[in-house]
Design a protein around this ligand. Structure first.
Ligand code: ATP
Length: 199
């Protein structure tokens, strides 16, 4: 599995549609200060489902939409697509290539797509968590994060490793199932009380 392609349109400083073709191995993005290198990484985090504006270095989510310059008006929507080569089947879907798209309109509406078909954020998250790219996105290591990992409490560090190993989603599902069981037991008790009353 590797990233094949990244397309940004109206995302942060990338007003025009910009396509980046990536090869297996190491890719280095170089450019002067403020030219948009970190915006490229933000775009990756965003299209993979980042929910907090902080995760994409913003105050509010619509800050990711091109805000305009002296020469160019602001845009009404941001769109990012990422294409992942899945020929080794890591993503657990039958496609050799998977393109994830996220669109955000200034009105607040947003849309996710997998291979051009509209889907829910949850569908994107579930597919990615099979490959260890979970909600916390530990695949993107930003400046200062190494220190944060080293200084984390043991249980926090364990959660990071579990997510990268793809275990966290099973723990979450187990917790959800346990909550449902508790609710069902409470319902059963209530039914038994009612039965006792009518007898
Ligand atoms: P450095 O090397 O200093 O870390 P960088 O190449 O990583 O810089 P970025 O932080 O990616 O640069 O880009 C910053 C630029 O992106 C700034 O010029 C900022 O004005 C611009 N920018 C950020 N958000 C938007 C937006 N919504 N609309 C237009 N431009 C934006």
């Amino acid at each position: 599995m590797f990233l094949k392609n990244l397309t940004l349109k109206g995302f942060k400083s990338f007003a025009d549609s910009t396509n980046m073709v990536l090869e297996p191995g190491v890719t280095v993005v170089v450019g002067p200060n403020g030219s948009g290198k970190s915006n490229v990484v933000d775009a990756m985090a965003w299209v993979l489902g980042a929910q907090s504006p902080k995760a994409v270095r913003s105050q509010k989510m619509d800050d990711v939409i091109f805000a305009g310059t002296a020469a160019r008006p602001a845009l009404g929507r941001a769109e990012v697509s990422i294409t992942i080569d899945n020929s080794d089947g890591t993503l657990g879907v039958e496609f050799n290539e998977v393109t994830i798209t996220r669109i955000l309109f200034r009105t607040g509406e947003s849309e996710y797509m997998i291979n051009g078909v509209t889907c829910r954020l949850l569908d994107v998250q579930e597919m990615l968590s099979d490959a260890g790219v979970g909600r916390q996105q530990h695949v993107i290591v930003s400046q200062g994060q190494i220190d944060a990992v080293l200084n984390a409490r043991p249980e926090e560090r364990r959660a990071i490793i579990e997510e990268a190993a793809g275990v966290l989603k099973f723990r979450k599902r187990k917790e959800k199932a346990e909550r449902r069981l508790d609710a069902t037991e409470a319902n059963l008790l209530r039914v038994q009380d009612l039965l006792r009353e009518v007898r």
